[in-house]
Design a protein. Structure first.
Lengths: 534, 101, 679
């Protein structure tokens, strides 16, 4: 049992423990969850410390670190051949930062769940299950294993939103579930198609191993997805293009892109604060991660072919999300739309196919992970107190909640890309990378970079406008004196969660090499894989 | 000359009359009478066929036995009818559905 | 000095920037308890001392010194950060320090007893840190970072009185307008990065930099064609950044509103240092610009100078006049850059920093007293409005004196520092215009007109505030009177007033070429000098100024004001040609409407598609359900029902009647017999 397996399955022990304890030990659940997530974070940090940034990974198995390989399912299917599914997990520069991010955001999520009193047993059990699934997704290198974790992730989320959510929780939960499932079901088709197209060069059997799928020479000649000799075509469209598009849409729903984003505002608005934190902090990153790990690495030819469209979608998401955020009157919905806008930068950076752009996109994912988690947490603070999030119902909060206002202002400014905070590095390099794309002839025109930077301006607009409307001016509250007394400033627990998050955003903004140092080799390798097809 | 066939013919007639009474009569006592007629038709047949057993007279003896039994059965039957009358206040079998499912 | 301070100028310059940051951190940790500002003050005193006595003498007119550290590696590019010390950067750092120090001292008295004072000192230190770091950045990316940070500090300080709606609106506006410029800056950086592959200032613009092909002896291989279109675009992008920060027309709209901040802040940030950062940036990257961009800069600068001056003419708010005056003077500096004489621009930046800061501090002293009076007497009036002042020279003679000196400097009166620097730009522009000929002469002529207008509006301010009769004179008595500003405020003002005189910059008070600053930065211009221009332009300017003062004196103190109150032209100038309203209608509202519309689209169309999809699936499901119920289940039910009916028919036999049973048995028996017989 390697370190990664421990990292993945540790929450399952917590899950068993929580389920085993009787309901009378209700108050201990959160401590168990907290203890295990802290332990998990410790392991993640240890892994981070021992990770060699020079090893690229991506498509070379031996370059992966903390690698674990075991046969999982072996079935003799007679004429079709042997079914070969491995338990294959490992880390490279692309997955490592996300693993650490997940461990951190999970800890935040547990911290934010402190006041859950509606059947805490089920709640924390589901949270732990989600934790396992998320960790598994980022580690899995076998496509089948990846898919299993991907589906397992859906299940706890559905219940977490559907049971512990707000007024329209059932609607939001079902919408979220169906949207994601729609993508993943089609993904399964492509997985099967890939399985029958690729053989393991050692055993000659078909395989689900993603790394084998990345090597063009492993494709069976004339198979559905083969692409050395000639492209298989369906209705005149190359099969690989169809496969790429299907996989892209599966992950794009998670990112989310416009116009497949409508599950996000609903899910965020209805989900309880901790679930919003996890949703924005980790789950959206699975989309970006999937595009890099799966779509780009397995279909590098199609990545080079379609990147103009991907960048266009990114631009649309940035501007559309930002403008929508500007129109919101519900604070949480505004932040949900700002997530759409900020994740658009991720797509734009990935599509630029330049080292700066993709690194920037990865950095933006990490940074958005912290910052959106902090933003949702901050909304949760005010919602906890007065059960209202309507922007116009608040005014001049700075007068009665100075610490809260300071935190909000810092996180807002960090999110809108103030230098010194992490989002700035991410966004700036996405823009620079996209700009550079023309010099690198990856096919992204410069106006896209300029349009993307207009998103930076708009994000400043909606964040500052919100600051002005809710926090400054003379104090005036919808709920009158009852609210004024309910709106107490941040307490110790909330500060304990917020301060480290804000400092992390700050540290990453000042020392970006914490991420880039581990990331660079992998990104350059990825560019190398795609470059021949440009 | 009166042959066995004549006896059997008479017996069949009596049986049929008894059968009719059992199936068609709306009075339990008449049904009982019909049963008695059918038994007597059988007894008549016993006696008629006893000509083939001239050593033991099994037919006659069985007839006597049957007469005694019939008498007993009539007694029991009348007792049942009396009780039915007490229970239903009628002895018309149409009005009794207790055997229905 | 070396024995006293065993640190290199590089480290010292870093220390200069970091000391205020340290002060910021300490105050952030201490929070509300720290209101005296002593920490910030100590930090800035140390910084100024270091800058003035150690870094500046060590670098000025010496070789440039650099320090480069790899900040992080992205892809294959090493991003360097570090310190660049040359004449330009140390000069700028020194100016910032020397302006910041008096403002700090002044603030101690000016801001006394304000409830949020701990924030004030915190933000002020943060600003000093960002500004001082900006001056010595070696990398454009690094500059961009501090560029935004000064904007952020300015945002915080404009909105310092956050309960005031106008202040909050103003700081939002300032930040957003600056954001437009920042995007320009960022795109400029991206352009340079993608074409040259480095953002290091020394490698780009140094003696052997890619944009300095004149000194290629170091084997620099990459030479950029001057007329490359991307170079024009990059220049325009950087200029856009500078336009927003330095309030150039039409992005100047944030600066007048920014006067909502405390006056001390206005003097430091929105008059002397931050707004000049745009000019400083353009000077730093000057070799990048080609002729097209330079012409554009000159035109925009001229436009800004004239529009700022016109807007300043009719304002009633004392701070607004100064704000527009700042805009106008920044326009002068831009023209300096545009005509290629960026040394003149820096010179004017330096002198302007002193006299404009002083003007604001004097205005602050007046406002302070007016606000005091208002509070004391429970009056309702605007303490910044000129109409409420008048005759103040009797009550505040020293303030009056300081302000007059600053005004003379602003108007470019001989013997003042402003005379030298303004002349250097106007004369330079004249020479430039004469060299290019034709319509280019419009620019120097406009500048001369603007100079005269400048003298007029600043004269108007002096006449209206300090001459004539005080409106509330009858309210003053021995118990409460308008007093001279306290020593803590007066001392910085006097210091700055001394710096407004020509000797601070040149021992030869009539020739700007002799100034140490111009000699240190000396730029070789392409156009020839016209010696006669050095004579008659200053004369024209001085005579024009005196005439305009006389007119102002006639109009404002002798009550011979020629315009009616509702004069259309005056209204137009006062409302900045309705530029704000125009923006509100064209940009703000359209973006708001667009966002509202897109949200509508999002809910109705995009989410509508989801609903449509859902409904479609649901209808299909309903159809299938109907099919299932009526056709498939119908078959099953038919079998069941027919069996039932059959059973129902036979059921009649089981009627519970003995006779029935017997009859049935008989029937069957007979049927059996019949069967046997027939068989």
């Amino acid at each position: 049992m390697g370190l990664l397996s421990i990292l993945i399955f540790l929450p399952l022990i917590a899950l068993a423990l929580i389920l085993a304890l009787p309901n009378t030990a209700k108050s201990s659940y959160k401590y168990i969850a907290l203890g295990f997530t802290v332990l998990q974070l410790g392991i993640a940090l240890y892994i981070y410390q021992n990770f060699q940034g020079a090893q690229a990974g991506v498509n070379i198995l031996s370059d992966f670190q903390f690698l674990e390989q075991a046969s999982w399912i072996r079935l003799d299917l007679g004429a079709i051949g042997k079914l070969e599914i491995d338990y294959l997990i490992g880390l490279d520069g692309i997955s490592l930062p996300l693993i650490v991010l997940s461990a951190l955001v999970m800890l935040m999520g547990v911290g934010a769940s402190w006041n859950i009193d509606k059947s805490p047993k089920g709640y924390f059990a589901l949270l732990m299950l989600l934790n396992t699934a998320v960790m598994g997704i980022f580690c899995a290198l076998d496509f089948f294993l990846f898919y299993v974790f991907y589906e397992v992730m859906l299940f706890p989320l559905y219940f977490l939103i559907g049971i512990w959510g707000g007024v329209r929780r059932e609607y939001a939960a079902i919408k979220f579930f169906l949207y994601t499932l729609l993508g993943s079901v089609f993904m399964l088709l492509v997985i099967v198609g890939l399985y029958f197209s690729v053989t393991n060069p050692e055993t000659g059997a078909h395989t689900f191993n993603m790394l084998h799928m990345m090597n063009p020479s492993n494709y069976v000649d004339g198979s559905f997805f083969s692409f050395i000799a000639n492209y298989h075509e369906v209705l005149g469209i190359p099969a690989r293009l169809i496969g790429f598009i299907i996989l892209f849409f599966a992950f794009a729903i998670k990112v989310p892109i416009v116009p497949l984003h409508t599950w996000l505002p609903d899910a965020h608005v209805e989900a309880p604060t901790p679930v919003s934190i996890i949703l924005a902090g980790i789950l959206l990153k699975i989309g970006g991660y999937g595009i890099i790990r799966v779509c780009y690495s397995i279909f590098p030819d199609m990545a080079a072919l379609t990147n103009w469209w991907l960048a266009l979608i990114g631009i649309i998401s940035i501007l559309y999300g930002a403008l929508n955020a500007l129109a919101q009157k519900d604070l949480k919905r505004m932040i949900a739309y700002s997530s759409v806008s900020h994740m658009g930068f991720v797509l734009l950076g990935i599509a630029s196919l330049t080292a700066e752009g993709i690194s920037g996109a990865m950095f933006q994912m990490i940074s958005h992970g912290f910052l959106s988690a902090a933003l949702f947490f901050l909304v949760g603070v005010i919602y906890d107190r007065v059960h209202d999030r309507y922007i116009y119902n608040f005014r001049g909060l700075a007068g009665i909640m100075p610490k809260y206002t300071a935190c909000v202002a810092i996180v807002f400014f960090a999110s809108l890309g103030l230098p010194g905070f992490s989002a700035f590095i991410g966004e700036a390099f996405v823009i620079i990378g996209t700009f550079n794309a023309q010099s690198m002839t990856t096919g992204i025109p410069r106006w896209m970079a300029i349009a993307g930077s207009a998103g930076i301006f708009l994000s400043a607009a909606y964040f500052l406008w919100t600051l002005q409307r809710m926090f400054f001016g003379q104090t005036r509250l919808q709920g009158g004196t009852a609210w004024a007394s309910a709106l107490t400033d941040l307490n110790r627990r909330e500060l304990l969660i917020l301060v480290p998050t804000i400092s992390l955003a700050l540290i990453l903004g000042i020392v970006p090499s914490l991420v880039f140092g581990k990331l660079n080799a992998s990104i350059l390798k990825l560019i190398d894989i795609i470059n021949p097809y440009i | 000359m009166i042959t066995l066939t004549h006896f059997l013919l008479v017996s069949a007639c009596i049986f049929c009359i008894g059968m009719y009474a059992v199936l068609a009569k709306r009075n339990a006592i008449m049904i009982l009478v019909g049963i008695e007629l059918m038994i007597n038709a059988a007894i008549l047949n016993f006696v008629a066929f006893s000509k083939y057993d001239k050593t033991n007279y099994g037919g006659q003896i069985f007839a006597l036995f049957a007469i005694v039994l019939a008498a007993a059965a009539v007694a029991v039957g009348l007792a049942i009818i009396l009780n039915v009358y007490r229970h239903f206040n009628t002895i018309n079998p149409k009005n009794m559905h207790e055997l229905k499912d | 000095m070396n024995e006293l301070l065993p640190i290199s100028p590089i480290n010292a310059s870093v220390l200069i920037a970091l000391l205020p940051f340290l002060a910021f951190l300490i105050q952030a940790v201490l929070g509300k308890t720290q209101t005296s500002g002593n920490i910030s003050l100590v930090a800035i005193i140390l910084s100024t001392t270091l800058s003035l006595f150690w870094v500046f003498p060590a670098v000025w007119n010496h070789d440039q010194q650099t320090l480069k550290l790899v900040w992080f590696v992205i892809g294959e590019y090493d991003l360097n950060v570090g310190v660049l010390l040359n004449n330009l950067t140390v000069l700028m750092q020194l100016i910032v320090c020397i302006i910041a120090l008096p403002v700090h001292i002044y603030s101690k008295a000016y801001m006394k007893a304000d409830p949020g004072l701990h924030r004030y000192w915190m933000f002020l230190s943060l600003f000093c840190f960002a500004m001082l770091s900006l001056t010595i950045s070696i990398n454009l990316f690094q500059s961009y970072i501090f560029w935004e940070l000064v904007g952020f500090a300015s945002y915080l300080l404009i909105g310092y009185w956050f309960t005031k709606d106008s202040a909050v609106q103003a700081n939002k506006k300032a930040f957003l307008v600056n954001r437009i410029g920042d995007i320009g800056f960022l795109i400029g950086i991206a352009l340079i990065y993608s074409h040259v592959g480095t953002l290091d200032l020394t490698m780009l613009f140094g003696p052997s930099g890619v944009f300095n092909p004149s000194s290629l002896e170091h084997g620099q291989s990459l030479v950029i064609d001057t007329d490359a279109s991307w170079r024009t675009w990059a220049g325009i992008c950087f200029f856009l950044g500078a336009m927003a920060k330095s309030a150039q027309f039409p992005l100047h709209i944030w600066l007048p509103d920014a006067m909502e901040g405390p006056t001390s802040v206005s003097s430091l940030i929105h008059a002397a240092t931050m707004v000049a950062a745009g000019v400083f940036l353009l000077c730093t990257i000057f070799p990048l610009f080609n002729a097209t961009v330079l012409l554009l800069i000159a035109i925009i600068g001229t436009l800004t100078a004239i529009s700022g001056a016109i807007f300043a003419l009719g304002q009633q708010d004392i701070k607004k006049i100064l704000a527009f005056s700042t805009i106008s003077q920044l326009g002068f500096m831009m023209v300096g850059v545009g005509i290629g004489a960026w040394d003149s621009a820096m010179f004017h930046l330096g002198t302007h920093a002193f006299f404009k800061c002083l003007l604001f501090l004097c205005a602050g002293a007046v406002i302070h007293e007016m606000a005091h009076l208002k509070k004391h007497r429970n009056l309702e009036f605007d303490p910044q409005n000129l109409r409420n002042m008048g005759g103040l020279r009797k009550y505040m003679p020293k303030t009056f004196l300081c302000m007059s000196i600053a005004s003379l400097a602003l108007a470019g009166f001989p013997l003042t520092a402003g005379y030298l620097s303004k002349d250097s730009i106007v004369v330079g522009a004249f020479e430039w215009g004469a060299y290019h000929g034709g319509w280019h002469m419009i620019i120097p002529i406009t500048l001369i007109i603007v100079s005269i207008l400048t003298a007029f509006y600043i004269g108007r301010l002096i006449w209206k505030a300090f001459f004539g009769n005080f409106r509330f004179a009858d309210l003053l008595n021995t118990d409460h009177t308008m007093r001279e500003a306290p020593v803590l405020m007066l001392a910085p003002m006097i210091f700055l007033a001394l710096c407004c005189f020509a000797p601070a910059f040149s021992l030869q008070p009539l020739d700007y070429h002799a100034s140490w600053l111009m000699q240190g930065l000396h730029v070789q211009t392409a156009y020839p000098a016209i010696p006669s221009a050095h004579l008659y332009i200053p004369v024209i300017l001085s005579i024009g100024a005196i005439v305009s003062w006389f007119i102002g004196w006639k109009w404002y103190t002798q009550r011979e004001y020629p315009f009616s109150t509702g004069n259309k032209l005056v209204q137009l100038a006062n409302n900045q040609f309705y530029l704000n309203e125009f923006n509100e209608v064209i940009f703000v509202n359209s973006i708001k409407r667009l966002s509202g519309f897109l949200y509508f689209v999002d809910r109705k169309v995009v989410d509508g598609l989801t609903y449509l999809f859902t409904n479609l699936i649901q209808s299909i499901a309903r159809a299938v359900n109907w099919l299932d119920k009526n056709v498939i289940d119908g078959l099953v039910n038919m079998v069941a029902n027919s069996t039932y009916y059959l059973g129902h028919l036979v059921r009649h036999v089981q009627n519970g009647q003995l006779q029935g049973y017997l009859g049935f048995a008989l029937t069957v028996l007979i049927l059996g017999f019949l069967y046997l017989i027939i068989k």
